[in-house]
Design a protein around this ligand. Structure first.
Ligand SMILES: C[C@](O)(CO)[C@H](O)COP(=O)(O)OP(=O)(O)OC[C@H]1O[C@@H](n2ccc(N)nc2=O)[C@H](O)[C@@H]1O
Ligand SMILES: Nc1ncnc2c1ncn2[C@@H]1O[C@H](COP(=O)(O)OP(=O)(O)OP(=O)(O)O)[C@@H](O)[C@H]1O
Length: 288
């Protein structure tokens, strides 16, 4: 019986860069949520550890030991085998944590298959700064280099339209191009019951990686302008180090309308309307 897991897209609704460590890694303060679009991972019992990558976004994803799914498996247990299939739907190097979310899904799925405990979130940061937050995919405030996680008050129901212009953006290059690394942290996240109030709060925050990403990859600006022009878009911002941007919408119908309009206007863009996932205690759902 194969074990299956979902690797949802991670979205940084805001990302403030607040400092830099001696080893070069940046200190962040970020509000992270997840969307109900993502990759799927299947694991079956086997003697050797193998990985097959399938699906619409498989091209260019490494299949060797550098794939984060295999690195996660080796972190969990360096000696066990499994036959893994990664069905790739998220664009890679896109700021929505594709590889990190896959690694977290691999840890969840293989911990079940091999009947092992999940590692502590902080211990998974060796796989990537976004892996700890992806391990338990719920809205979180993320600080440190990505390893300090705290819960946020319940967020209102909302929809996201994710748009990637089809150009990869290198995370280290974006961090290197940052002018200032001493931004103020985010204010406390308030409890909001409706998307418009939540968007008004988010408008006072920022993604500090957006200006350097726009300079490196001007298509980010085109995507932001196109998203911001859609009816019902409450906020348009870049996620992570880009190039994927999101629009925040109060409901499914305007989000789907915007996604259809954007997909028709720009043939090479990856466009997805997705529900923002609530915390599991707000609504029963399966993340594994
Ligand atoms: C920008 C974010 O997506 C925000 O969620 C993440 O911080 C990046 O997470 P990630 O892709 O898992 O990052 P990693 O693979 O650990 O790091 C890629 C590179 O980004 C830079 N990096 C990453 C995280 C961080 N807090 N400071 C950094 O300076 C480093 O140059 C690092 O070599
Ligand atoms: N399972 C995987 N899926 C996608 N990319 C992977 C995977 N494993 C390793 N990689 C490598 O990791 C690099 C970064 O891809 P990823 O999708 O994690 O993007 P990212 O934009 O850095 O994510 P983040 O939002 O965490 O910054 C890719 O260029 C790819 O070579």
């Amino acid at each position: 019986m194969p074990t299956e897991g979902f690797a949802p897209a991670k979205v940084n609704l805001a990302l403030h860069v607040t400092g830099q460590r001696a080893d070069g890694y940046h200190l962040l303060d970020s509000l992270v949520v997840f969307a109900d679009v993502g990759d799927r991972l299947t694991a079956e019992a086997a003697d050797d550890l193998t990985l097959q990558v399938t699906g619409p976004r498989a091209e260019g994803v490494p299949t060797g030991p550098e794939n984060l799914v295999l690195r996660a498996a080796r972190l969990l247990d360096p000696s066990r085998g499994a036959r893994l299939t990664l069905d790739k739907h998220l664009p890679a190097a896109a700021g929505i944590g594709g590889g990190s979310s896959d690694a977290a899904a691999a840890l969840r799925v293989l911990a079940r298959l091999w009947e092992l405990p999940l590692p502590a979130a902080e211990a998974t940061a060796v796989l990537g700064a976004d892996v700890p937050v992806c391990l338990d995919a719920r809205p979180r405030r993320m600080a440190g280099i990505g390893d300090q996680l705290s819960d946020v008050p319940p967020l209102p129901p909302a929809w996201l339209v994710l748009v990637n212009p089809g150009v990869p953006v290198s995370t280290p290059a974006v961090f290197r191009a940052l002018d200032r690394k001493d931004g103020a942290p985010m204010p406390e996240v308030p409890a909001c019951t409706d998307a418009a109030t939540f968007a008004a709060f988010l408008l006072g925050l920022r993604n500090d990686l957006e200006p350097p990403a726009r300079a490196l990859q001007p298509q980010v600006s085109e995507v932001l302008a196109a998203l911001g022009a859609q009816t019902g878009c409450l906020l348009a911002r870049m996620s992570g180090s880009g190039a994927t941007c999101f629009g925040l919408f109060a409901a499914e119908a305007p989000a789907r309308g915007a996604a259809a309009a954007l997909a028709a206007a720009a043939a090479g863009w990856w466009v997805q309307a997705a529900r923002m996932l609530p915390a599991p205690d707000q609504e029963t759902r399966a993340t594994t």
